[in-house]
Design a binder for this molecule. Structure first.
Ligand SMILES: NC(=O)c1ccc[n+]([C@@H]2O[C@H](COP(=O)([O-])OP(=O)(O)OC[C@H]3O[C@@H](n4cnc5c(N)ncnc54)[C@H](OP(=O)(O)O)[C@@H]3O)[C@@H](O)[C@H]2O)c1
Length: 255
């Protein structure tokens, strides 16, 4: 029987690319997304995949989805790739935008990992989450997005320790900019001006290599990792000053 991967947030972007990489290796694929159009398109393109529609931020829909997926468990890998993000560090989110960001990037993630931890098993058993390089730099006025991804990073570490006796790996991915359709859409169709941006294929290669080596984290690209390490050697007030002057000047000026 082929190994089964479930990707929550697997109907586009990095989640979909990761699903395709597993399909090439003969894995059974199940993916989840909230957009009816994406689900219908994917069902037509990949009739052998399980493609499920649910808004993970809606508790009722999430519970119904998990009840349906229970019948397919156990999975060898479960990935939480769903996420909401803006183009730039944003400090002016509306109450509704903040609620959505918390719901998808923190609350649904927590619920998904709690559910998945009991349903993952096998030789290569692993849980994966998509945090962000933004989570790895701590400074005084960090955005809500970065705080959510930081919470995800630390939650993954807690699950890693808890699941180690069962030989379940927990991989936290912290990438810099990845040239997905979503990032391009947020940038008027072209995101190539983003610093150190990498292709979707490169991101998938990094994640597959980390999974195969059963590493705890995948932080890429290297230049972004080095930049973060250097920033983290400075006192927080200095990091805040650098971020404010070099990166956020335009955003803050528009406040
Ligand atoms: N691209 C980057 O530069 C970058 C960098 C660092 C980290 N990340 C993180 O990587 C992850 C994937 O990013 P991406 O660029 O590949 O984005 P994407 O193409 O928008 O993929 C997000 C996936 O999550 C699903 N999703 C979003 N909201 C959902 C909801 N409420 N319920 C169910 N599914 C939902 C989307 O499907 P629907 O639209 O159908 O809901 C889609 O399948 C995100 O968590 C992001 O924060 C991205």
């Amino acid at each position: 029987m082929s190994r089964h991967i479930l990707i929550l947030g697997g109907t586009s972007g990095m989640g979909l690319a990761l699903a395709q990489a597993h399909a090439h290796l003969g894995w059974r694929i199940s993916v989840v997304g909230s957009s009816a159009d994406k689900v219908a398109h994917l069902q037509a393109q990949q009739p052998e995949w399980g493609v499920y529609r649910a808004d993970l931020g809606d508790e009722g829909q999430r519970q119904a989805l998990f009840a349906k997926l229970d019948a397919l468990a156990p999975f060898e890998r479960v990935v939480y790739a769903a996420g909401v993000y803006a183009n730039e560090r944003r400090f002016d989110l509306s109450a509704e935008e903040s609620t959505t960001m918390l719901a998808i990037n923190v609350q649904a993630f927590q619920a998904a990992f709690a559910w998945a931890a009991q349903r993952v098993a096998g030789k290569e058993a692993a849980l994966v989450c998509f945090s962000s390089i933004a989570a790895l730099v701590d400074y005084p006025y960090t955005s809500l997005y970065a705080q959510c991804k930081r919470a995800m990073w630390h939650t993954a570490a807690a699950y890693r320790t808890a699941l180690a006796p069962r030989q379940v790996a927990v991989l936290a991915v912290a990438s810099g900019y990845v040239d997905t359709a979503k990032l391009r859409q947020l940038n008027g169709g072209n995101a190539t001006h983003k610093p150190f941006i990498v292709s979707e294929q490169r991101a998938v290669n990094e994640i597959m290599a980390a999974l195969n080596a059963r590493r705890d984290v995948a932080i890429f690209p290297k230049r972004m990792r080095v930049a973060c390490a250097l920033l983290n050697m400075l006192p927080q007030w200095a990091v805040g000053k650098i971020m404010r002057h070099k990166l956020d000047a335009k955003v803050l000026a528009n406040k």
